[in-house]
Write a protein that binds this ligand. Structure first.
Ligand code: ZN
Ligand code: ZN
Length: 124
């Protein structure tokens, strides 16, 4: 493995790429990528920040952390929100006009638009 490949692996890990994605991209075997990642950070999988790639101090017995700080968690969610919304997309029926519309995420949404909400509030 060249130094260039090592740097690329580290960069891609920081972006949250999986071993498979990295091995595809760099034309290395997944095992090579995996063992390099584990050796280079000297820990088990999952104990680096998903956002910045810094090692995370895990508390034993506590829930495993994915981010080194709240700041990184926020950052990561900001960048990944679009993908996540995509997966959680579903259809709801507007309480006002009865039309189907798309809802993102888990929040409850009863109206297809601000206009329908306003209409409904007015008792229409
Ligand atoms: Zn971080
Ligand atoms: Zn509506």
């Amino acid at each position: 493995m060249t130094d260039r490949q090592k740097r690329q692996i580290e960069a891609m890990r920081r972006k949250g790429c999986s071993y498979a994605e990295i091995s595809d991209e760099l034309e290395l075997s997944p095992n090579t990528v995996k063992s390099y990642c584990q050796r280079s950070r000297g820990g088990s999988e999952g104990d680096v920040c998903r956002n910045c790639g810094e090692p995370i101090m895990q508390n034993h017995g506590a829930k495993q952390k994915n981010f080194c700080s709240n700041h990184c968690r926020q950052d990561w969610w900001n960048h990944n929100r679009n993908q996540i919304n995509h997966r959680d997309r579903r259809t709801a029926i507007c309480d006002c006009c009865g039309q189907a519309f798309e809802v993102h995420g888990k929040r409850k949404q009863r109206f297809c638009s601000q206009e329908c909400y306003a209409d409904w509030r007015r008792g229409g």
